[in-house]
Design a protein around this ligand. Structure first.
Ligand code: ZN
Length: 122
């Protein structure tokens, strides 16, 4: 979906210990170092960005999210009631947080509608 031209090669001189830690986390999650760093930076920059996310598709157990910062459509699945990001392999990234927020709103709406229905029947 993302053309190569949308990606830039950035050279960073980072402390070796930090890079080693990042590599270990990336390996444990099974994602590339570049993806981990891009996700972490996007999460951090998110607070300075107007609208990073947009819902792409929504089902009860999974949601597609457009991440405008990363230029990707990211799939977040519900695992044991918690959003899990397939892109970052994480429960705690910005994508998972965004979906958690949306789902709690959606569930609130569903519960309210259900309560309304029950009110009608009584
Ligand atoms: Zn993510």
């Amino acid at each position: 979906m993302v053309k190569e031209s949308k990606r830039m090669l950035v050279k960073l001189k980072l402390p070796r210990k930090l890079v080693n830690k990042l590599d270990r986390i990336a390996r444990e999650r099974g994602i590339r170092r570049g993806r981990l760093i891009a996700s972490l930076l996007a999460d951090w920059v998110e607070y300075y960005v107007e609208d990073r996310f947009e819902p792409f598709s929504m089902r009860l157990d999974r949601m597609g999210v457009i991440d405008k910062l990363l230029g990707e459509i990211v799939v977040v699945r519900m695992i044991k009631g918690e959003p899990y990001c397939d892109y970052c392999k994480s429960f705690t990234c910005g994508h998972a947080r965004y979906v958690k927020k949306l789902y709690s709103r959606k569930w609130k709406k569903i519960l309210m509608e259900k309560m309304d229905l029950e009110d009608d029947s009584s």
